[in-house]
Design a protein around this ligand. Structure first.
Ligand SMILES: Nc1nc2c(ncn2[C@@H]2O[C@H](COP(=O)(O)OP(=O)(O)O)[C@@H](O)[C@H]2O)c(=O)[nH]1
Ligand SMILES: [Mg+2]
Length: 179
């Protein structure tokens, strides 16, 4: 089987508290205009983008508590990779820890859970954490990002590509086991 067949459609899921930058990440990937005003996502946004061989469907989940409890279960099911987005403030990083614990119940054991330490541009001003510090606290692979900066588009694409390639390799070797 070709890798392109295996990877035809990938489900990439973004979760995180309101205002951490999930919708901005989606816009960054889809080249939409990035506005600086904040309109909270209600329910969820869904976007399909093409990245190399991958057709990826990204789910950006409205982070409001009410949605989290109501929909998150169905929403997380079948994710190929789950990104937990944080704004890198100590408080939000601690919240993310809870979110990760919660999410692990609803994604497959093999679904990677990866953190994005967003808003790195504000780090110098207000004591936000570096990706390394966030990684030490959350104990999951963490990438730094400034989603509001259009020049970070390739960086975000690389992060997603890297994670998806690892999944394809794993799926392939799993398939080989049965042949
Ligand atoms: N300074 C800064 N602001 C950001 C960054 N990413 C997003 N924002 C802003 O944070 C606010 C919330 O972003 P949004 O993507 O709507 O958050 P969501 O609720 O997680 O979807 C918006 O005003 C964005 O412009 C970033 O990397 N740096
Ligand atoms: Mg949003």
């Amino acid at each position: 089987m070709l890798s392109s067949e295996i990877s035809k459609l990938m489900k990439v899921t973004f979760i995180g508290s309101p205002a951490v930058g999930k919708t901005t990440m989606l816009r960054l990937l889809s080249k939409d205009f990035i506005d600086k005003f904040y309109f909270p996502t209600h329910g969820f946004d869904l976007k399909t983008i093409k990245l190399d061989d991958f057709n990826i469907r990204i789910w950006d989940f409205g982070g409001q508590q009410s949605y989290l409890k109501t929909y998150s279960r169905d929403y997380l099911l079948g994710s190929d990779v789950l990104f937990v987005v944080t704004d890198s403030t100590p408080r939000n990083v601690l919240n993310s820890r809870e979110l990760i614990n919660y999410a692990t119940h609803f994604v497959d054991e093999e679904c990677p859970i990866v953190a994005i330490a967003n808003k790195q541009d504000l780090k110098k001003n207000d004591g936000r954490m570096t990706p390394e510090r966030v990684e030490n606290i959350l104990h999951i692979k963490t990438y730094g990002l400034t989603a509001i900066n259009p020049s970070e588009r390739l960086k975000l694409m690389d992060i997603i590509r890297k994670e998806l390639n690892q999944i394809v390799i794993r799926k392939r070797s799993k398939k080989d086991e049965f042949q």
